[in-house]
Structures are given as C-alpha cells and as structure tokens.
Design a protein around this ligand. Structure first.
Ligand code: FE2
Ligand code: FE2
Length: 376
C-alpha cells in the first residue's frame, strides 16, 4: 500500500527507526506556544478527539481546535499542517488533553487513521507493539464515528478496512498469543474485546481449513462488529460483573444481539453473514443461548465460529466481568469442563488445536500480561 503525500516521508522515517518520530521544526510552526489561528463561536458541529489520536510528525487532514471555557473554539492547526510533538507537549502542560474538530471532518480523520494502520501493519520494521497501537487507534476512530455519526455505508467501509488490517496482522504474526496480549492492554472494554474476537474468529476458521479470503474477511469484520448493539446499553451494565446484574439489566444485556442487527439493518448492502454473526453470536449448540435459543444446526456457520471466539476472548481477556483472565489452555479446559463445551464440535476442536499448537511455538513465552506463554 502506498501512503499518499504528504505523510509518507515522515511516516517512513518514523517506521524505519521503529519508534517515535523526532520533533519537527517546520516553517508552519516556528513557535511552540499556543497560536490561535481563528476563533469560532461555540456550536454543536464540533466533536472531541483525544489528543493521543494525533501522531507527532504526521499531517492532520482536518482543521484542529481547542475549546475555551466560554465555549468558543480556537483553531490551532490547519488541515495539511504537521502535528508537532513539542506543541502537543505544550498543550498537555496547559491541561489540554482534548482537541476538537468539525463533525463533518470526522470521517476524514477516521480514514487517515485507517490508512496509516494499514501501512504500519504491513511495514517490515514496525514492532508488534507499534502495529497494535496504530490498529487500535484506527479501530477506536471507527467506533467513535459509529457513536457520533451513526453506522452508515461509509463507516462500515472503514470498519471493513480495519478488519482486513486485523486479518493481515493476525495471519502474518508467528503467534496470535503475542497479538492478543498486546490487545489486552487496550483500555477501552468493547474495543479490546471486539478486536480480540476479530483476530480469533478467522484464526479458528483457518484451523478448520477455511482459507477463502472473503470468508476470513467476513469473520474479521463480524468479529469487530459483533457487539455493536452494546453501544445502546446503559454503560452501568458494561461496568457491572454479570453475576451482579439485576433481572432487567440481564434482559437489556441479552437484547444486544438484536439491537446490533437492528443497527446493521439500516446500513445499505451489509453482507447477510455479518448480520447473522451479530444476531447469533450468543447462541450455542445446546439451544441454550440468546436471543433465539437456536441449536447448532440452525446457526449460521460463521456465527458458530464467532460464538466460540467470543467466549474464548471473554475468558482470556481482562474485563469488568473477568478480573482474572485465564490462560488460553486453561480457557479451553474451562469451556470443556466448566461449560460442558456447548459449541459446535468442529469449531471448538479447531480452537483447541490452535491453542495447543501456539503453546509449542518458541516465541509464545508472553511478556507480562499474566497468561501468555507456557502455562499449566
Ligand atoms: Fe455479545
Ligand atoms: Fe462479545
């Protein structure tokens, strides 16, 4: 993939060094202090973006603002200008952690994030941590766009690009264990979980001998979007351990597959497999899942895979519901013994094989997440 100018020389230099780019001192920003370019009266057409989203050394594709206490927005960067680390540090020193952009520019910023993540993931010199960081930022941008502008064809296209980047990364890494460990560091709950499922679903499918690219891409996209209905739930439900949810909270929680399908129903040309994954990812082979208590034979084949990936990721990843994630092999044993293996047999067998194989890899020692590597 070729990065369009003017980002490529900067990003290429940054990647070749493998780390943070140097502070840029270009003609646009001879000073490092707060430079108001333009004041705009407060209105609702601005959306907030964490400053961390802006990568030093990379050109912003949109105008960037700071919001003053009186609600006015001060333009601090013009579209096409480079983000300088020194300036970001100055804003941080003034307790500015949030930038603002015009709502109509959000898609453009997301698209830049998605494009950069695609380039970083394919770059031979980028570390796994760096690839994971850019991928997370791109996925976060896409989810932010869903929240702020809703899900439409453009947003789903960005999600599809992120899912394809996930697939590229998952299939090019020697071990998915290291990737899952990197993703486990993501602070945002749904993002962390969705990316992990997006990684695991195609990996399980490949283990089953499913190698068609379009199938794997649908699994990656379905994994990324499977919990899209959660965004409509009371945030309190997401923070509360499941065993402590009240009856009506459980009912709401169990409505998220249907809510997700309703959201997707508004998106033109959404593949039917993605809708099936979203609506069926909590069903299981025993017919004891939700929302429709479908048995295995009535589940969509791709939904069977995402159902297994979803449960596996819930067990191995940190969440408000899971303070002590299990190691992958213990998770497999838990599904088998603690849950009586309620999933499609072939799919679960593939997961089990995948976990068994990965623990044999020389670089599966993990790096501190607590479960990576050879565990009992
Ligand atoms: Fe779910
Ligand atoms: Fe999930």
């Amino acid at each position: 993939m070729t990065l369009p100018p003017p980002w490529n020389p900067l990003l290429r230099g940054f990647l070749s060094r493998g780390e943070t780019p140097p502070i840029q001192t270009g003609p646009h920003f001879p000073e490092t202090h707060f430079i108001p370019i333009n004041y705009i009266v407060a209105n609702s057409d601005f959306v907030s973006i964490p400053m961390a989203h802006f990568t030093p050394g990379v050109t912003t594709p949109v105008d960037v603002f700071v919001r003053l206490a009186d609600g006015r927005h001060v333009q601090v960067l013009r579209a096409g200008e480079r983000v300088l680390e020194e300036r970001l540090n100055n804003y941080r020193a003034r307790a500015v952690e949030i930038f603002w952009i015009r709502r109509t520019d959000l898609g453009q910023l997301t698209q830049q994030s998605v494009t950069i993540a695609g380039i970083v993931v394919e770059h031979p010199n980028a570390t796994l941590a760096k690839k994971s960081e850019f991928l997370t930022q791109a996925a976060s941008s896409v989810f932010r766009e869903f929240d702020m502008l809703g899900l439409d064809g453009t947003a789903v296209e960005s999600a599809r690009q992120v899912a394809n980047t996930v697939l590229t990364l998952a299939t090019s890494e020697p071990s998915w264990l290291g990737l899952l460990e990197e993703l486990n560091r993501i602070g945002e709950e749904i993002l962390r979980h969705s990316l992990a499922v997006s990684v695991m679903a195609p990996m399980i499918a490949e283990e089953m001998g499913w190698h068609r690219k379009d199938t794997l891409e649908k699994l990656a996209l379905g994994g990324l979007l499977h919990d899209i209905g959660m965004k409509e739930l009371d945030p309190e439900i997401l923070k509360t351990p499941r065993s402590e949810l009240r009856f009506e909270q459980i009912r709401d929680y169990e409505s998220h597959p249907l809510r997700g399908a309703q959201i997707l129903a508004l998106v033109p040309k959404i593949p039917e497999e993605i809708v099936a994954i979203v609506i069926q990812h909590h069903e299981n082979a025993f017919g004891l899942g939700f929302p429709k208590r479908l048995r295995d034979v009535r589940m969509h084949p791709l939904a069977r895979v995402v159902a297994v990936a979803d449960t596996f990721c819930e067990i191995v990843m940190t969440s408000p519901w899971n303070n002590v994630p299990k190691s992958p092999d213990r998770a497999v044993r838990w599904i088998e013994e603690g849950m009586s293996q309620p999933f499609n047999k072939e799919t679960f067998k593939a997961l089990k094989q995948l976990v068994s194989d990965s623990l044999e890899l020389p670089d599966s020692s993990g790096s501190g997440s607590g479960w990576g590597g050879r565990v009992a």
